[in-house]
Design a protein around this ligand. Sequence first.
Ligand code: ATP
Length: 480
Amino acid sequence: MPHTLLEIRGLHQYRGFRHVLRGLDLTIGHAEILGLVGRNGSGKSTLIKTVGGQLAPREGTMLLDGAPYGPQSPAQAREAGVSVIEQDFAVAPEVTVVENMLRHTDLAQAPRQEQLMRGVQVLGRTGFDLDLERPFGELDPAGQALAEVLRVQAEGARLVIFDEVSAVLDDLEISQLHAAARLLRESGCSILHIAHRLEEVTALSDRVAVVRDGVVVEVVDADRAEADDLVRAMLDRGLPERHQAQRPAGREVLTVRGLAADGLAEPVDLTLHGGQVLGVVGLRTSGARDLVLALARQAEAHTDGRVAHVAGRSDDQLEARQSDVLTAGLEGLDEHERLQAAFVRAIEFEMETSNLHAPVKNLSGGDQQKASIASVAETTADVVVLEHPTRGVDVGARTRAYDVVDELVARGKAVVVLTSDLSEVLSMCDRVAVLHQGRVVAVLDTADVDEDVVMDYALTGASAPRRVSREGGRRSAPRH
Ligand SMILES: Nc1ncnc2c1ncn2[C@@H]1O[C@H](COP(=O)(O)OP(=O)(O)OP(=O)(O)O)[C@@H](O)[C@H]1O
């Protein structure tokens, strides 16, 4: 490992009464990208908040370049050279790229021309294709991530923390983020990269650290890291093998002809069958999400509103009690029975169970997402539409999310899943509709294709010629 930049020894941290970090040790080298993985609730965000100055360290030592480090605020952390790029970025939409870049520097209040001059300098070092005067809200998430990389550069960061930044990006956008991260590393900056998709973490990182129950249990070189070993270290067990039977198409639950929507270049014909899962994939500008929203609206109109649509965590859900969300759809329960049922569900999903009366927002990010998946498990709807159901969910609980989908289709429901995770499409869906530039360019049986074929359609609108194995198609490796 290169010369140490940050050294953490015996770090303890609490959230409320909860003892989350329990003597955590970690070192990050100069110009090193360190991946950090761990199951939901293992303490990753708590660690980031402590290193980034949002939570004052309770016990333990941190040294930055050999000097004692214990920031009492994010501003103090930045002053010492530690900047955080937050999940979902937390930047007001009207703020321009250059204003965002300089918002924590002494040019924050400077005249526009002065800001632009500095902005051009920083931008010039990166070669990013970004308009400095564009409002943040008009950028796609990859552009927003790059704008945030410019900000940490302008702040002169020595250590940048990526807090699940890649979670909202599609595969093409992730490659842009990785290029930006490598550029930061070349300029001497270190990165702590937190993410759940193990192949993405190992592709970018030099080493990968695994957190379990508030301590680092393993650190491995990324090029020697095996997904199965990382999973075992994270969960303290392996993953069950998942065998997906080909599900026969059930009754036609919804047939749409000439479905139009903003974002779709031509009308779409599609049939949703009960007992099957349809995946919808495509790059951000492909119209994939527009199609899914239009399908949800059509389903609403044609099934007497019997549609369950889960689109991430809503504000209402975040404020609701965990026990109510976990038992949504279960009727006729008294208070005690509801709590019991919620407890069982939380255990099934390997969620935190210490205070089911508390609002969902008190859970870790991944546990919040699990709660929203759990909220449709008992739905009486005919059509279930899930947008990015496993975003931020750890590999162990993902299996449970797939089980929920299996149970829904076993009950005859038609499930539509929008996801940017191609291997998940293959392991979860029976058919996949691939969109490219506003058109459905293919509807494929997932049994006949592999990730490369789906990616070809998504990127180019067509499938590149390739050799097909005798068995008639190759499925990708099991999903981690
Ligand atoms: N505001 C809060 N109040 C009470 N407990 C909290 C709060 N935030 C987090 N916790 C608890 O602290 C523990 C660690 O949470 P943390 O957010 O650090 O996990 P994580 O590893 O980042 O999870 P994820 O992968 O889901 O983001 C969890 O058990 C969580 O329920």
